[in-house]
Write a protein that binds this ligand. Structure first.
Ligand code: E4P
Length: 218
């Protein structure tokens, strides 16, 4: 499973870039940062930080304007993936952009049927917001699992991307469900790499090493 970083802060992206396969961001994440002079400056800064795919949401809402905006961005930034909200205009734009060789990320997916339509429109990634589904009492991971099955059944080219991840158990569950990608906030990546027995084990090794040196064993 590929791991993308779900963030917009350039320093955070630089810190995690050696261990991630790509980045996703959204207007809300960008708006939280003080270091950008505007949306286009944010795109320019973020996209330049990683070689892998960087998903950036476009601001237009009708199909023709989405296509224009996406084409302009893709002509400047070769590693950009255009994030497009699902819906009729979005599906239309995804289909046309895919035919033109521009990668898209179908965003704000909350049901398997939305994912199916986005896959048929040729989206490169299907972003299923599992945390937001869980918040409403629905099972976000099951939407990922069923979408993975449908992608396999029909040989769609789209990759299932588990988004809105809130904790390490989400990552484990979507990996077991066969998600191709998980986009993860930095705090959750930190938690994934930690275990109290690792800290305890390291402390013991370091102490034993110091004691062994004192005994002049080496
Ligand atoms: C993914 O591309 C989205 O930006 C993100 O995962 C949304 O997460 P949230 O529900 O925590 O805002």
């Amino acid at each position: 499973m590929k791991i993308f970083l779900d963030h917009a802060n350039p320093d955070i992206i630089k810190k995690y870039s050696p261990i991630i396969d790509g980045v996703t961001t959204n207007p809300s994440l960008i708006a939280k940062e003080q270091c950008f002079s505007g949306y286009h400056d944010a795109i320019k800064q973020i996209v330049s930080l990683v070689d892998g795919p960087v998903s950036i949401e476009i601001l237009s809402t009708d199909a023709a304007a989405m296509i224009r905006e996406a084409e302009e961005l893709a002509s400047i930034y070769p590693n950009i993936v255009i994030k497009i909200p699902v819906g009729l205009d979005g599906f239309h734009a995804m289909k046309e952009l895919t035919q033109k060789g521009i990668r898209t990320n179908a965003t704000l997916i909350f049901s398997v049927n939305q994912a199916l339509l986005a896959a048929k429109a040729g989206a490169s990634y299907l972003s299923i917001f599992i945390g937001r589904l869980d918040d409403t009492g629905q099972d976000g991971v099951s939407v990922v699992r069923d979408t993975v099955q449908i992608v396999k059944n029909f040989g769609f080219q789209s990759e299932v991307l588990a988004a809105s991840i809130r904790h390490p158990l989400h990552v484990l569950q979507v990996a077991l469900a066969g998600s191709h990608v998980a986009t993860i906030p930095p705090g959750v990546i930190d938690q994934m790499g930690k275990h109290p027995l690792t800290d305890k084990g390291l402390e013991i090794f370091l102490n034993d090493w110091k004691n062994a040196e004192k005994c002049d064993n080496f």
